[in-house]
Design a protein around this ligand. Structure first.
Ligand SMILES: [Fe+2]
Length: 258
């Protein structure tokens, strides 16, 4: 379970203080307009996908196109945002404009607790995850060719003696990168062997464990703000109808205005 403080006041100072303390915060009873004003006040917004990016079902299939899984109704799986080596938002926010008809619960994992337990009980897994892994290239504007996939390589976990520095993970994009490179015979066997589904299954078993994970429904007019690499997150599969089309708004912060 994660302690997620809930704020009803959303002054810039209160929100920044709460984020500083817990690195995750839930805000209730905030309108879309107020949310957008607050975001501009508390940080610098990234505009790779537009500053305020609608998370809605596009009707497309992420398995046959390059769209993010968030643009479908499927379970996203536990992940951190951005699979691009050169860009990772430090904080991100999700605002719920319409929660949809059924499903679509949000979940968050306390990665620092997972890290501490891996250090104690699974140091070999930690070592494995500290290696560079390829990721598929899905960032808008970046050409999806093998050369770019080969360049898009970085560790799942970075840490030092002080603790967890960074966690960056979306299994689907990692597996798709290895599949593409192996189909093109672009990797020697030593590189291909790096992808060990047993090790990733073990990581996933930690990420899905309720000891570290909190699940809740993000309701209409609620927003959550959190540190990307400390709180890997996801959303369960959902359904919608004409009256209840699910729509969330996502914001990536390059820097907070502390
Ligand atoms: Fe996400």
């Amino acid at each position: 379970m994660i302690n997620i403080p809930t704020l009803k006041s959303f002054s810039k100072q209160d929100v920044l203080q709460a984020i500083k303390n817990d690195e995750i915060v839930l805000i209730s009873e905030i309108s879309e307009h107020e949310f957008k004003i607050l975001c501009r006040e508390i940080g610098d917004l990234n505009d790779r996908y537009g500053e305020f990016y609608d998370v809605v079902d596009t009707g497309e299939d992420y398995k046959t196109t390059n769209i993010p899984i968030s643009q479908t109704r499927e379970d996203t799986g536990v992940h951190t945002d951005s699979s691009a080596r050169d860009y990772c938002p430090e904080y991100l926010s999700l605002f719920c404009a319409n929660q949809g008809a059924f499903g679509g619960e949000s979940y968050f994992v306390d990665m620092r607790s997972v890290f501490n337990d891996l250090k104690k009980y699974r140091p070999e897994l930690l070592k494995y995850l500290s290696q560079d892994f390829y990721r598929d290239v899905v960032t808008p504007g970046a050409e999806n060719n093998l050369e770019n996939v080969r360049r898009n390589k970085f560790p799942i976990i970075r840490h030092d003696d002080s603790g967890l520095l960074e966690f960056r993970y979306m299994r689907y994009w990692i597996e798709r990168a290895y599949k593409k490179l192996s189909l093109e015979h672009d990797l020697d066997s030593a590189h291909l062997d790096l992808l060990d589904s047993g090790q990733l299954d073990l990581l996933d078993s930690y990420l899905m464990n309720d000891k570290y994970r909190s699940t809740f429904m993000l309701k209409n007019n609620q927003a959550v703000i959190f540190k990307n690499s400390y709180f890997p997150h996801g959303r369960t599969k959902y359904e919608e109808n004409k009256l209840n089309r699910r729509r969330l708004i996502r914001v990536w912060f390059d820097r907070m205005n502390w």
